[in-house]
Ligand binder design. Sequence first.
Ligand code: GLN
Length: 535
Amino acid sequence: MGVNTKYIFVTGGVLSSLGKGIASASIGALLEARGLRVTFLKFDPYINVDPGTMNPFQHGEVYVTEDGAETDLDLGHYERFTHVKLTKDNNVTTGCIYHAVITKERRGEFLGGTVQVIPHITNEIKDSIRKVAKDVDVVIVEVGGTVGDIESQPFLEAIRQFGLEEGRENVLYVHLTLVPYVATAGELKTKPTQHSVKELRAIGIQPDILLCRTNRFLPHDIKAKISLFCNVEERAVITAKDVDVIYEVPLIFNKEGLGDIVVEKLGLPKGKVDLAPWNQVVSRMKEPQGEVEIGIVGKYANLRDSYKSLVEALHHGGAYHRLQVTIRWVDAEDVEREGTHLLEGLGGMIVPGGFGARGIEGKIRAISYAREEGIPFLGICLGMQCAVVEFARNVCGLKGAGSTEFDMDTPYPVIHLSPEQEGVVDKGGTMRLGAYPCLLKKDTMAYEAYGTEEIVERHRHRYEFNNDYRDVLKRGGMTVAGIYPKRDLVEIVEVKDHPWFVGVQFHPEFKSNPLRPHPLFRKLVEKSWERKNHG
Ligand code: GLN
């Protein structure tokens, strides 16, 4: 823990999905724009140790960090809005906390004492905050859930204690609420905010700053009213206006004075503010000079949150070329039932990662279509595996080729469980996870995109390309464009004689950033644009 480390706690009220993750990430961007070093911690009140074992319908995307932690999707926002690289220590759930406390209890570390929520659980929570406070000026802690939830209570109690221990001059409480505009009354309503702050104050937390989510800039009289009822300075009542492009949030916050108030209240140096890169990204996104349509053929197509990083990566790639990427969500099962006419007119196609057999045949059909029609294609993880299966079946004549994930009896298991995974029974945290280096072959589409021979990308899978079929597939015209040398694992495949067809075993979307768009997404958008304009 640094001597001068400061802490910002972000809580949310009224209802969920107000954008607490993006608000926290944006505060990070504002501090970095002032030359400060930040990190983040996300508390999640559920009992799962990590979200890796949760269904995407329940939880949305599982975001994978460099060190292979399976984390909440808000960590993706934090990495996209700042330069931080997060680890397993930056996402802590109720499950983690209890697991740690119970392990200590079993070891006899509490010397016969009764183990209780206060102080044992709250101490463990406070320790997890101090653990990430290394080599940074500010730790931004987002408390998941909504104030008033039973499950969030120990976290809120812990952050209250934390303020007492660290001194109020080192801690800032930021609360995100909703100020709805009620059309029938023609008015902005402050009551939900008042109630939410009242709830927070009842547990001993007086917010210093309110972020008010709303669809218009709050006029002075509304801010004055909120200030009076919530006991928050008027200038610290900030409009968190709805935006079309999420990267505009830091700019709006800054305009509302948030950055200056934060550094002032925490006694941090004011510094020069440089938000030029964000202004640029936003203007590129809001004033595109053309449009391309890219299809995502997936299983959770009706649940966009499970593809959060993917969608952002596409928008980053688009912004790089000043192009708007329009996404056509295609349910793989619909392709299975209704056929490939659902894919007509696409500029490019992505088959993303996934688990389970549902929709597999639809994905394979979509890939055939992309391969045969020359549609620029990016297959990610399961999407790459399906591309290998498709190529084996339809080009190399390996009838019935498949992945042993879905078909144990396939005559040609071109995708199989890696030997390391045989015998693994636990589901949580046991996949091939996190960053691995990959060596690229020259004269490939991947090499052309990255412009370098060695890359590092993040993984989350159990199954692998089966090297027994490498030669057959190569002879058929599939290129192995990247390998993980240490274990000779195939990480990237390509199809020759195609405008752009790349399958990657890793998840490039986790490393794309609006200020540093990922090479593969940049290329996919570029090739899709070329196809649109030159056929
Ligand atoms: N289900 C596949 C595997 O475990 C792919 C996983 C993924 O797409 N992330 O290997």
